[in-house]
Design a binder for this molecule. Structure first.
Ligand code: IPM
Ligand code: MG
Length: 351
């Protein structure tokens, strides 16, 4: 098949990890006879520096014209001050809304060969395979914001259709997996959560009676995720809860560097990025972990291009590289840490 892939590498370690993922996609294309055309564009701090905007019009236009977007990371120390008017984060938030990418899939999988890299006890981690779906274009992130000298507010709003589409996606994915859906909210306190829960209950009752549904408050979910992570299958939750819960969940596999993501909307086009940030402290050193971005590229193959076999091949190549002991510094290597390039090459060698 032919595919046009926008490459938005961004800042910090973004370009270093994205180049490895792109090479893996090129190898997959060669092996399976596909034609992938890659086109790069600036986003984030580098885009502010060169154009004044964290999401230049040309980058947005390219993203809209592409079949899928491979994204790195955004942010540099220069723009770390959260009170700045123009910030790199605005680029990614605008991409999500402009492209209608309302569902953020964040799989959390423990790879057996690196279980010792996790700060958690290994016996808790056996069989951990969670799919968190974070609502991505609603809630407190996008509500009205006010500020006076003595007060501030952020409005959190959810509509019924916004919750319905997440509930349906979660239930569909649960059906293909272990048939279990956990909806995380704060319905004992928040009105948006009471709406969320009501809608989820109705959608599951009317459309997915075969999927087992349970509800958890966000505070309890944060605890159970560490206490009994293997019990979770698919988790759905609102924007900010999902942001926080998935950073916590990344400690199950042991590193943010093993956690990919897919941001999806109604059509096949999606944006694929590691959930880690731009890591300015190690940027430019060639030591960042590229596996999360490579696993994101596998999600791109699966969800935007429908290439299931190719996606599995790429994921298995990462599993193979990890099993062979090719570990970057974040994965508690036993000997010398692998460089970004070496980790990428170990995956390529298995394609
Ligand atoms: C993420 C990030 C973003 C978010 C930031 C960079 C705006 O933390 O993708 O999880 O909060 O959504
Ligand atoms: Mg986050």
């Amino acid at each position: 098949m032919k595919a046009h892939i926008a490459v938005l590498a961004g800042d910090g370690i973004g370009p270093e990890v994205v180049v490895e993922a792109q090479q893996c996609l090129e190898a997959i294309a060669r092996r399976y006879g596909h034609e992938f055309r890659f086109e790069a564009a600036p986003v984030g701090a580098i885009a502010i520096d060169t154009t004044g905007s964290p999401l230049p019009d040309a980058t947005l236009a390219l993203s809209k014209a592409s079949d899928a977007i491979l994204f790195g990371a955004i942010g540099t120390p220069k723009y770390a001050d959260p009170t700045l008017k123009v910030r790199p984060e605005q680029g990614i938030l605008k991409l999500r809304t402009e492209l209608g990418l309302y569902a953020n899939l964040r799989p959390v999988t423990c790879f057996e060969s690196v279980i010792d890299a996790s700060p958690l006890k290994p016996e808790l981690l056996v069989g951990v395979d969670i799919m968190v779906i974070r609502e991505l274009t609603g809630g407190i992130y996008f509500g009205a914001k006010t500020r006076t000298p003595t007060s501030a507010s952020d409005v959190c709003t959810y509509t019924v259709p916004e919750v319905e589409r997440i509930a349906r996606l979660g239930a569909r994915l649960a059906r293909e997996r272990r048939g279990k859906l956990t909806s995380v909210d704060k319905a004992n306190v928040l009105e948006t959560s009471r709406l969320w829960r009501e809608v989820v209950v109705r959608v599951l009752r009317d459309e997915f009676p075969d999927v087992a549904l349970d509800h958890m408050y966000i505070d309890a979910a944060a605890m159970h995720l560490l206490r009994r992570p293997a019990d979770f299958d698919v988790v759905i939750t609102e924007n900010m809860f999902g942001d926080i819960l998935t950073d916590e969940a990344s400690m199950l596999p042991g590193s943010l560097g093993l956690c990919p993501s897919a941001s999806l909307g109604d059509g096949p086009r999606g944006m694929y990025e590691p959930i880690h940030g731009s890591a300015p402290d190690i940027a430019g050193k060639g030591i960042a972990n590229p596996y999360a971005t490579i696993l994101s590229a596998a999600m791109l193959l699966r969800y935007s291009l429908g290439l299931t076999t190719e996606a599995t091949t790429l994921e298995q190549a990462v599993v193979g590289a990890l099993a062979a002991g090719v570990r970057t510094g974040d994965l508690k290597p036993r000997g010398a840490a692998a460089t970004t390039r070496e980790a990428g090459a170990a995956v390529l060698a298995r394609l």
